[in-house]
Design a protein around this ligand. Structure first.
Ligand code: AMP
Ligand code: MG
Length: 349
């Protein structure tokens, strides 16, 4: 299949092109599109056949449910029921934006879209192209991240092409995704809201709106036998091709240990990479060193993480040693993704 790439300009959205993309979706095809978090691989959420195509294009296990994207609050009731007062408050504060909420689903949503669950994940993106595209598509777009399953999520149209060219009908190019990490997921289908996946809408921000909020135990004790409530969180994810290992401890000790490990690896004739913060990248004398951004700008690290992991894929590097990052606020989301990419391999120094 030929994949058509369409460049769109935020300053003057081309309605004709958006209608063309919407028509592809209405006819059951797949269109990748930019959102403020990462690129999404969209299909008609109310069409079971489209959901099947999404799983196939990504090579994603079909028990891993998709997030349904909407463009208007009033469309929510068609796909979700039992909307709690907490959910209303969260939507009031954070929609449109990088927050996904889990509700009880209505009959309208096919089981293929929700991986057989009786709940549905819903998000209303803030991105103008995403919003216009969803409206042109009939209002309900099922979209996981637009990457091949197991690879880092895509934050540019070029990344999407790398992974999905020839497997989908169309890619809408809106430049670089501003946030760079997937949405925060909060389950509001039961008594108390629970965070299932951390994101740039932090626990502190959510608690300021609805009071104390629980965190899925599987996130607190990763690597344990506790089954995550977001089925997708159980898969090794966001992984670069090279083996990734995180080194954690005080910054001097971390630099010393990474230098030693890189030296050891390269003495065996293999190439090593270092994933470092802007402040400490100068401490590494060997290996391919890449900065992911300043520790003082967590947003910047979030934006660049997947891009840097993909850049390593273009190189000869077979082992990457990464510094660790603070685990509070947005750092919680950054470390969640980094730990998953590393398959939870951490060296403490
Ligand atoms: P992705 O769109 O690739 O970021 O993946 C969507 C994430 O949302 C996966 O981790 C899913 O497991 C999670 N998710 C989607 N629907 C549900 C649901 N109904 N209940 C819990 N988690 C969900
Ligand atoms: Mg994903």
């Amino acid at each position: 299949m030929e994949t058509k790439v369409i460049k769109l300009d935020y300053a003057s959205l081309d309605q004709v092109l958006l209608q063309e993309a919407g028509a592809v979706l209405r006819q059951g095809g797949l269109v990748a599109f930019p959102t403020e978090t990462v690129y999404g691989l969209g299909g008609d959420a109310l069409n079971p056949e489209a959901a099947r195509k999404i799983y196939k294009a990504k090579g994603r296990p079909s028990d891993n449910p998709l997030i349904v994207h909407i463009a208007r609050r009033e469309d929510l009731h068609r796909i979700a029921r039992n909307i709690s007062p907490e959910a209303e408050k969260l939507m009031e504060s954070f929609w449109p934006g990088p927050l996904t909420l889990i509700f009880q689903k209505t009959e309208q949503v096919p089981a293929q879209t929700t991986g057989g669950l009786s709940t549905v994940a819903v998000r209303m993106p803030r991105d103008m192209i995403a919003s216009a595209f969803i409206q042109a598509s009939g209002g309900f777009v099922a979209a996981p991240s637009a990457n091949v399953s197991g690879r880092p999520s895509t934050t540019t149209a070029a990344h999407v092409e790398e992974d999905l060219r020839g497997r989908i009908e169309m890619i809408l190019d809106g430049g670089q995704a501003v946030i760079g990490l997937e949405s925060t997921i909060v389950d509001v289908s039961e008594e108390k809201p629970v965070i299932l996946r951390p994101g740039v809408i932090t626990r502190e921000m959510l608690e300021a709106v609805v009071g104390e909020i629980l965190v899925d135990q599987a996130l607190i004790q990763p690597g344990s036998d506790i089954k995550p409530k977001a089925p997708g969180m159980k898969y090794r994810h966001y992984a670069p091709k090279a083996e990734l290992i995180i080194v954690e401890g005080n910054s001097e000790a971390v630099a010393r240990e990474i230098n030693r490990l890189v030296n050891q690896w390269e003495q065996e004739g293999k190439r090593a990479g270092v994933l470092a913060a802007e402040e400490s990248k100068g401490q590494y004398s060997q290996g391919l060193v890449k900065s992911v951004g300043s520790r003082k700008q967590e947003e910047e690290i979030a934006t660049h993480l997947y891009q840097v992991l993909r850049e390593f894929d273009e190189t000869e590097v077979t082992r990457i040693y990464s510094e660790s990052f603070a685990d509070a606020r947005i750092g919680a989301a950054i470390m969640n993704r980094l730990l998953k990419a590393a398959g939870h391999r951490v060296i403490q120094v």
